[in-house]
Design a protein around this ligand. Structure first.
Ligand code: NAD
Length: 329
């Protein structure tokens, strides 16, 4: 039996990861400040704890785990990360979590440690052109992330790499690019573009309009949760010691994303652009390294993931016992 710890198990990716690890037959302990919002955790043991506190981190790692997935972080969508208002909290909270979890992993002799970094570590100057962003792993330096969230992730990457070098720990680092799917934040300010747009489309009347932040020409790629989990497990169990992108290469402008969701919903909508935090102009995953190192890369289409995501968000908005909105096949 493999013993696994998932930090951030009450969050979007962590909650799905717990289910995937349980389906594989692992014994799983989840830890988070909160329980998952939309369905109960299937973890064997779920600990409510604040990993900013070293004693709590040690208590969660009171035994040797074969695998530790460190996904806990203070994060959110553009409205939370790029407004500037939360910079100090984001840096302090996430750095404390990483320092404490890693030290507890070292002391308890954890087998393998996974850290979820982010595409936000890539330099802003390589992402000014929405049609040709550069996010190959080696372009991370000279560093110039556009957010403090990205700087903290870069610091944490180096922290894990240094522990691997100096203490012989086995650490694996993924740079996630915009993960989406059912049971992710979809309202309240921490939701990301796909969930926010699904909500806006679901709330709009056919023939009406929805508001988008920025000019709508900024580009991104979005990875469905199932492929994120597949990549995470493959990376964790690989011999790849360097940080790698886990993302989709299907880049799309935000306007086109909104229209795609409207098409899935079977609605004709016009787009209204309003000022708002947008982040870099363009970002896309570069999957050459993951393909080379793992012999695998994500392949599912964006639309295939948006259909269940839209369906789930629309159902959240539907009155209890009410009729679900139609979805185009
Ligand atoms: P999430 O916000 O849903 O999950 C993070 C969880 O960490 C939350 O449940 C939160 O309560 C928990 N947490 C925060 N502070 C804590 C503390 N002090 N002690 C214990 N738990 C604490 O985010 P997610 O989308 O599931 O992302 C998981 C990880 O992947 C994060 O590290 C995030 O930075 C990284 N990431 C995610 C994406 C994405 O698109 N979702 C992209 C890049 C990187």
């Amino acid at each position: 039996m493999k013993y696994v710890l998932v930090c951030g198990a009450g969050g979007f990716i962590g909650h799905h990861l717990v289910a995937r690890l349980k389906a594989e037959g692992c014994w799983v302990r989840g830890v988070d400040l909160k329980r998952p919002e939309f369905s109960s955790s299937v973890a064997d043991d779920f600990v409510l704890a604040d990993l900013r506190d070293p004693q709590s981190a040690w208590a969660c790692l009171d035994r040797r785990f074969d695998e530790v997935y460190q996904l806990a972080a203070d994060m959110g969508g553009a409205g939370y990360v790029f407004s500037g208002d939360n910079d100090a909290e984001i840096m302090r909270n996430s750095a404390l979590i990483n320092l404490n979890v890693l030290e507890a992993c070292r002391q308890s002799g954890a087998g393998r440690v996974f850290f979820s970094s982010s595409a936000c570590i890539y330099p802003q100057f390589n992402q000014d052109d929405p049609d040709r962003p550069e996010c190959a792993e080696h372009t991370a330096y000279p560093a110039a992330p556009d957010s403090e969230y990205g700087w903290e992730k870069l610091f944490a990457e180096r922290l894990y790499l240094a522990h691997a070098r100096n203490h012989g720990m086995i650490c694996r680092i993924a740079r996630y690019h915009n993960i989406f799917g059912p049971e992710g934040a979809w309202q309240g300010g921490r939701e990301k573009a796909p969930a926010a747009l699904c909500r806006k489309v679901a709330q709009a009347v056919d023939g009406g309009s929805i508001e988008l932040w920025g000019d709508g020409r900024q580009t991104r790629s979005f990875l469905f949760i199932d492929e994120c989990l597949e990549g995470t497990l493959r990376l964790m169990r690989s011999d790849c010691e360097q940080p790698v992108n886990i993302g989709s290469e299907e880049m799309i402008a935000i306007d086109a994303l909104a229209l795609l969701i409207a098409r899935i919903a079977g609605k004709r909508l016009s787009l209204k652009h309003i000022p708002g935090p947008t982040g870099v102009r363009g970002r896309n995953s570069d999957n050459r390294l993951i393909r080379e190192r793992l012999g695998w890369m994500p392949t599912a289409s964006l639309e295939a993931g948006l259909v269940p995501t839209y369906r789930w968000i629309a159902a959240q908005l539907a009155p209890p016992g009410g009729i679900e909105p139609p979805i185009r096949p």
